[in-house]
Write a protein that binds this ligand. Structure first.
Ligand code: AR6
Length: 186
């Protein structure tokens, strides 16, 4: 099949870390860890959270229950259960209200704390979904800019990660992230 340019992946390298954007389903990722867009009770749910628990099996939920919860903007880690990824980092993005309730800071914290936890654990490769832009209603353009800026700032100043990948679930999200990365690297 001949694919149009709009389906193509995009990547850039900052210091020793590759930042890559692909379209896909995060449960298939073979990075050391994948990141889950969880809720603060770590109770499971729909969207990417539901997909990760379905594919990863009950071990991940058992570990989540033992951890007990995760405040918005923080991150915790479990094993990857039956997933190809060895770990799942569970982070909680903000529920978008009107942009005046610290949403931007909390979304940036969700990415920063996930990355910091990965580095602390010696993880080299990590895949993120687009946190907060599904059930939590964060506008995709603003969220993409915040997500990419936060990751770029982190890898400019932190060594240890070789790959940070965003796995975007829809054509539209993939296009928005690609346009935003092009703008930020221009
Ligand atoms: N792979 C990659 N991305 C996905 C997948 C997948 N398999 N499935 C959905 N997405 P959401 P949130 C995208 O709603 O907004 C849950 O119920 C989706 O298209 O999963 O942070 C939790 O338990 C969207 O772009 O997460 C929380 O209660 C992005 O993932 C709440 O939803 C995030 O959508 C969290 O809401």
């Amino acid at each position: 099949m001949i694919q149009g340019a709009w389906t193509q992946n995009m990547q850039t390298t900052i210091n020793s870390t590759t930042l890559s954007l692909i379209k896909g389903d995060i449960i298939h990722e073979e990075t050391d860890t994948i990141v889950n867009a969880a809720n603060s009770r770590l109770a499971g749910g729909g969207g990417v959270d539901g997909a990760i628990h379905r594919a990863g099996g009950p071990k991940i939920m058992e570990e989540c229950r033992r951890i007990g919860g995760c405040p918005t903007g923080s991150a915790v880690i479990t094993s990857g259960g039956n997933l190809k990824a060895k770990y799942v980092i569970h982070t909680v993005g903000p529920i978008y209200q009107d942009g005046k309730h610290d949403e931007a800071k909390l979304l940036a914290n969700a990415y920063k704390n996930s990355l910091a936890l990965a580095v602390k654990k010696g993880i080299k490769t990590i895949s993120f979904p687009s946190i907060s832009t599904g059930a939590y209603g964060y506008p995709i353009n603003e969220a993409a800019e915040s997500a990419l800026k936060t990751v770029m700032d982190f890898i400019k100043t932190n060594k240890g990660l070789s790959l940070v990948r965003f796995v975007l679930f829809s054509d539209r999200d993939f296009e928005v992230y690609k346009k935003t990365l092009a703008m930020l690297t221009a």
